[in-house]
Ligand binder design. Structure first.
Ligand code: URA
Length: 440
């Protein structure tokens, strides 16, 4: 780490260098991050540099230096006192993504140690923490000692990222969010990997999504991001694997916090949607093989299937909810989770096949009725959301349900029209979507 006082620089020179597509040195990148978190560089200057990075990119060396500088901006968690292989997963985010809620307990039931720090959502639906908080009493804020003890005792804990973990990312991400500088491979890769490195897991599985509901719009861009993240993680001695998955339509059928908890519980009972179940089985198989808890992916998959079949994964979820103060009756009987006052079915007006059920639009619509937050201050209504009746490739007859809306306030006619617009229909048969595009 560079000592701050040892290097004299002018930030405007760094901005200009990037503006002329020159490579920044490791010293310059550390200087930027250290002086920014110390409050010594104003947001307007950092915004200018971020936009230059979005437009002109960063080399692998610059991205590595940025990742390390961000990781070193706060505390790092040492999980070495926990016996066993510590695993983590990260999804670049999408609509209906409740993967942690099912995959985490399944991995723990297979003997992995799942030490997971998650975030809240901004935009479409809530993040993992918002989903977990739809369970009465669930506490996402354990201190470090309680977090480590819980992973040691029951094999899994899911908590909010502590304030002191990668503070540089917190500050930079808030700025990126309001300056149109989120969508950049070096910025996203360094943001995600710095946090994964600081959180301490040895095996990291990444789900990099592409499509209208994701940051990366194409599978090629998602592949590039995944390769960069694998490189950054492996350079620091972690085992990193990635899946490239489609986020042109929501994952599973449920969008909305309590609705997604219900869907995760159904999945742990072996009654989840096909696409979501396939994703957690494949992802879990990869992690078990990488962690040496299975000889290969095929054996990993068999193990994952068996913890669904024998109920041990569901028991792990219950154990985690209990340990974190949540009401396990709501897991045993998900009907006890928050329920919307109104459930309105939306009927198809035509016969045909669904060509598209837009993740982007369905996510926005769900957010507008309370399932997500448009601003950091907005309050989530956990009971609200949309449950799809049909997805891409499904045959639909006029009068069949396209979706059920779970809401607390009356629905506006314009909102309902937009919901119809989120479904593109075709007279011709449409192939089902292939969720997992590629594994790296
Ligand atoms: N998720 C993150 O944690 N960081 C990004 O930059 C984008 C998505």
């Amino acid at each position: 780490m560079w000592r701050r006082e040892a290097v004299q620089m002018r930030f405007v020179d760094i901005i200009e260098k990037k503006r002329w597509k020159e490579e920044l040195t490791e010293k310059e990148i550390y200087w930027w991050i250290q002086h920014y978190i110390a409050g010594e560089i104003p947001d307007y200057q950092v915004s200018a540099l971020l936009m230059a990075v979005v437009l002109n990119g960063m080399t692998v060396q610059e991205t590595s230096a940025l990742t390390m500088a961000m990781m070193e901006s706060g505390e790092t968690i040492d999980l070495s006192c926990i016996p066993g292989i510590k695993v983590d997963k990260h999804s670049t985010g999408g609509v209906g993504d409740k993967t942690t809620l099912a995959l985490g307990p399944m991995l723990a039931a297979c003997g992995a140690k799942v030490a997971k720090m998650s975030g809240r959502g901004l935009g479409s639906t809530g993040g993992t923490l918002d989903k977990l908080e739809s369970i009465r009493g669930f506490n996402c804020y354990l201190d470090k000692e309680a977090f480590i003890n819980q992973v040691q005792d029951i094999g899994i804990a899911v908590i909010g990222q502590t304030e002191s973990l990668v503070p540089a990312d917190k500050k930079l991400y808030a700025l990126r969010d309001v300056t149109g500088t989120v969508a950049s491979i070096p910025l996203i890769a360094s943001s995600i990997i710095s946090k994964k490195l600081a959180a301490g897991a040895e095996v990291i599985e990444l789900d990099v999504k592409y499509g209208d509901g994701a940051f990366m719009k194409t599978a090629d861009e998602a592949g590039e991001l995944a390769k960069m993240m694998i490189y950054l993680g492996e350079a620091c001695g972690r085992k990193v694997r990635a899946m490239i998955t489609d986020m042109n339509e929501p994952l599973g059928m449920a969008i909305g916090n309590a609705l997604e908890v219900k869907e995760a519980v159904a999945t742990l009972r072996g009654r989840g949607p096909e696409d979501f179940t396939e994703l957690v089985l494949t992802s879990g198989a990869n992690i078990l093989a990488e962690a040496g808890l299975a000889a290969d992916r095929a054996q990993g998959r068999r193990k994952m299937e068996s913890v669904l079949a024998d109920g041990s994964a569901l028991e792990k979820l219950k154990a985690m909810v209990e340990a974190q103060g949540g009401d396990t009756a709501q897991i045993e009987n998900p009907e006890l989770l928050p329920e919307a006052a109104l459930i309105t079915p939306i009927f198809s007006r035509e016969d045909g096949f669904v060509r598209k059920a837009s993740a982007l639009e369905l996510g926005r619509l769900a957010m507008e009725i309370g399932a997500g937050r448009e601003t950091k201050e907005a309050v989530i209504r956990p009971e609200t959301g949309i449950v799809l009746g049909k997805k891409t490739g499904d045959r639909v007859a006029a009068g069949e349900v396209l979706a059920w809306v779970h809401h607390s306030e009356p629905l506006q006619p314009a909102w309902i029209e937009r919901l119809y617009g989120a479904f593109e229909m075709s007279r011709e048969e449409v192939p089902k979507k292939q969720l997992i595009y590629r594994m790296l």
